[in-house]
Write a new protein. Structure first.
Length: 145
């Protein structure tokens, strides 16, 4: 686990109307936990999980404790509420969260982008370089003390 990598979860996220729909459709409060687990994996995987890969499929099944059709049904509900990209799921069996991709780009100092399908444009956008700060001596972090 890499330190200082986190995302925010509002304390009332479980009561969000869209999450309530997911919970009612996918087995109650455990669906909230499964979504949070999947969200963490999406952040680890730069916003894209390739479920056409047999090993990755088994990893996600184990992590979410959903096998076969149950996993597909869960992803289908996430697609239906707009949290997972429909085209990438239906065409390539990839679980893509555009909001995770955009957040990771923002965190890296780049401009937000949507995940694109393979073969869609061949140009690559160069990564932004970080700007130097005017501070002459960097502040010590808690890890350095």
């Amino acid at each position: 686990m890499k330190g200082k990598r986190f995302y925010s979860v509002p304390y009332d996220a479980r009561n969000d109307p869209v999450m309530m729909r997911v919970r009612l459709t996918c087995g109650g409060i455990v669906a909230f936990g499964r979504w949070q687990a999947l969200l963490g994996i999406l952040y680890d995987m730069d916003g894209i999980i390739d479920l056409s890969d047999e090993i990755m499929h088994k990893v996600i099944e184990a992590e979410l404790e959903l096998k076969g059709e149950k996993l597909d049904e869960f992803i289908d509900v996430l697609v239906a509420v707009g949290w997972i990209d429909m085209a990438m799921w239906e065409m390539q069996r990839k679980v893509v969260s555009n909001s995770v991709v955009e957040q990771l780009d923002y965190n890296a100092g780049g401009r937000p982008r949507k995940a694109r399908q393979e073969g869609e444009g061949d140009e690559k956008t160069p990564a932004k370089t970080s700007r130097k700060t005017s501070r002459k001596t960097p502040a010590k972090t808690s890890d350095e003390t």
